[in-house]
Design a protein. Structure first.
Length: 140
């Protein structure tokens, strides 16, 4: 098997070929890479929007206030945390700001997506309704 792998890598000259061997079979790495891309794209778009970096720094951790939902119980806490930490709401928010030409809202959506991206990059996943430490990426 090791010989086959060496032969494959010797013939493989493209990045995508190497990635298929090492990364594409490891979902946690894929999700972290995806998070890094979301984070980077959010930062680039935020910079292009010309928004204040002070506002970014002040608001980037606001989505983590959803952890306070755990004071009302694990099930509610996990649901609230997951609602705030999936890309559905911020992408709808960004879409709304663009479609309705409310571009002053765009930076807030980008801060939100940046937060989610860096969470995924660092390995923080969506929560199961068992314990706060049980996530779809790992057990913290």
């Amino acid at each position: 098997m090791a010989e086959v792998r060496r032969e494959f890598l010797a013939r493989c000259r493209t990045v995508s070929c190497v990635m298929s061997e090492s990364v594409l079979t490891r979902p946690s790495l894929l999700l972290r890479a995806e998070g890094g891309i979301v984070f980077g794209a959010s930062l680039l778009a935020y910079g292009e929007a010309g928004a204040s970096w002070v506002v970014f720094v002040v608001l980037v951790l606001v989505p983590d206030l959803s952890m306070l939902g755990y004071f009302s119980g694990v099930r509610f806490g996990a649901a609230l945390y997951n609602l705030v930490h999936t890309l559905v709401a911020p992408l709808l928010f960004i879409g709304f700001s663009v479609v309705y030409k409310q571009l002053w809202l765009l930076p807030y959506g980008l801060i939100w997506t940046a937060h989610i991206g860096v969470d995924r990059l660092l390995g923080y996943g969506l929560k199961y309704p068992t314990r706060f430490r049980d996530t779809h990426l790992q057990r913290l």
